[in-house]
Ligand binder design. Structure first.
Ligand SMILES: Nc1ncnc2c1ncn2[C@@H]1O[C@H](COP(=O)(O)OP(=O)(O)OP(=O)(O)O)[C@@H](O)[C@H]1O
Ligand SMILES: [Mg+2]
Length: 466
């Protein structure tokens, strides 16, 4: 496992050997690791192949100029900060360098202290830039990492394992039913790791069409395929020094699985249509609600990838197997939604809590959260009573009730009946969520649904929506 606390690596591109050696020595005495390159060409090659966190380059070099080296490096590693060293009198070129993406320039001769301040700032900014880019791309959760609620023994086991796995670079495979908190724990792993200040990039493998997933993960070069009008930086490159969360990995195409395996083994990625491998420092956390071992045995998932991902398995038990967590999670979400809706805090009555603890929660914590949101909307008089808990269930129940209206021994259902049944199900869902969104206000819900108040009332009555 690579050392997560390794010092930043600074590459010095300088053709004058004595100057390169002097700089390397100074940097190492400050706790950095220094590598040197004596030409622009060598520097560019090193920046792509080796771990480099900052480049310090001379402007005047034999062969490729420092400015061209800068452009080439920025093209391949957009977030790698570059500081340009220039001789007195070349200020115009220095300005050009900054325009081409250099972090800053420093005029020779310079004070070491000045250079060290610049380096420190550049290293911090490089990280921030990558994060901001990610923020814009992902509309990342501004609230950051939410709290993990629950103190049941099975949940504490998971928390213990998360704490053990976090400081390592081991690949973690999180399994568990839908809504158990797989993404939440993936974020916790990232936040507890030494990569916490790096980006956390989630990718839902099931939500991206197969043809686009490869370029989404690894990026592509301009013209790599029809429609690739510009270069695109992939999620693995964006996640440099951070964590990539591959959600629903069981849905990943076998061809991309092979490419992912190569990345996991070599820590290098290749953009679609690109010719050079690019070094990335990424920790991979994957999640699946499918049994991947079984999928691998049946040939639907690559066995070698499964073993590579499963270095550190983390199973999150379903909520019904840790019913001790239900009261605290229910109270947590009731409080959360009341605060959000600026409503008075609600007390969950004993009978309501009993019903909550007894419920099977097939949708796990997410279903419980939804149930509390609806109860919070409906509650009057400061209490959540059992009659308020029915909300999320009826929607499903009505749909299944409608489904069961078709006798099972009936001959193949006519298309019209299928369409009508589907439409009724869809209407019930739309009405329920409109009511929830409008906090039970039927006038506003009717407006949102584009029907008259009377039509909405009739439908609510017909479908028996509470
Ligand atoms: N222990 C917990 N404490 C507080 N909130 C939780 C807990 N577990 C899950 N949640 C919340 O429940 C919701 C569902 O969790 P999450 O999205 O992590 O589940 P998931 O396993 O990734 O689900 P899916 O398989 O459907 O993607 C989220 O809003 C999450 O913050
Ligand atoms: Mg998820």
């Amino acid at each position: 496992m690579p050392d997560e606390t390794a010092p930043p690596v600074i590459m010095v591109i300088e053709d004058k050997k004595s100057m390169a050696e002097m700089l390397a020595k100074t940097l190492e005495s400050e706790g950095y690791r220094a590598v040197t390159a004596s030409s622009g060409e060598d520097g560019v090659a090193l920046a792509v192949k080796e771990r480099v966190d900052l480049v310090l380059t001379d402007l005047k070099l034999p062969g490729m100029s420092g400015l061209d080296a800068l452009r080439s490096i920025k093209e391949k590693r957009p977030f790698l900060p570059v500081i340009m060293m220039t001789a007195f009198g070349t200020i115009e070129t220095a300005v050009e360098a900054v325009k081409a993406g250099a972090f800053d320039f420093i005029t020779k001769p310079f004070y070491t202290s000045h250079l060290l301040v610049l380096i420190k700032r550049a290293l911090d900014t490089g990280r921030l830039e990558a994060e901001n880019f990610v923020l814009k791309e992902e509309f990342a959760d501004v609230l950051g990492f939410p709290k993990i609620v629950g103190r049941s023994a099975p949940l504490m086991e998971v928390v213990k394992l998360v704490k053990k796995a976090a400081p390592t670079k081991a690949t973690v495979l999180i399994t568990g039913e839908s809504g158990t908190g797989k993404e939440l724990f993936a974020r916790a792993l990232h936040h507890l790791s030494t990569r916490a200040s790096g980006p956390f990039i989630p990718i839902n493998c099931a939500a991206i069409p197969r043809d686009l997933l490869e370029s989404e993960l690894f990026g592509h070069e301009k013209g790599a395929f029809t429609g690739a009008e510009a270069r695109r930086i992939g999620k693995f490159e964006l996640a440099d020094k951070g964590t990539v969360f591959l959600d629903e990995i069981g849905e990943m195409d076998l061809g991309i699985q092979a490419k992912l395996l190569r990345v996991l083994q070599g820590e290098r990625i290749e953009r679609v249509g690109g010719s050079e491998p690019i070094l990335v420092d990424v920790r991979v956390v994957a999640a699946s609600n499918r049994d991947l071992a079984k999928a691998a045995a049946e040939g639907r998932f690559r066995e070698d990838l499964f073993y590579r991902l499963n270095v550190f398995p983390l199973h999150i038990p379903p909520l019904r197997e840790r019913a001790d967590d239900i009261p605290s999670i229910a109270r947590h979400f009731a409080q959360y939604y009341c605060t959000e809706m600026k409503k008075q805090q609600l007390h969950i009555t004993g009978a309501a809590m009993e019903a909550l603890v007894a419920h099977p929660w097939k949708g796990n914590v997410r279903e419980l959260a939804n149930c509390m949101e609806r109860a919070a909307i409906l509650a009057e008089g400061g209490e959540i009573t059992p009659d308020l808990l029915g909300m999320p269930v009826p929607v499903e129940a009505y749909v299944s009730k409608i489904s069961s209206e078709v006798p099972s021994e009936a001959p193949a259902e006519g298309l019209q009946a299928v369409a009508e049944r589907a439409a009724r199900g869809a209407e019930i869902r739309a009405i329920s969520s409109a009511l929830a969104a409008c906090q039970g206000n039927k006038t506003r819900a009717a407006e949102a649904l584009g029907v008259s108040y009377k039509t909405l009332l009739t439908k609510i009555k017909d479908y028996g929506i509470v």
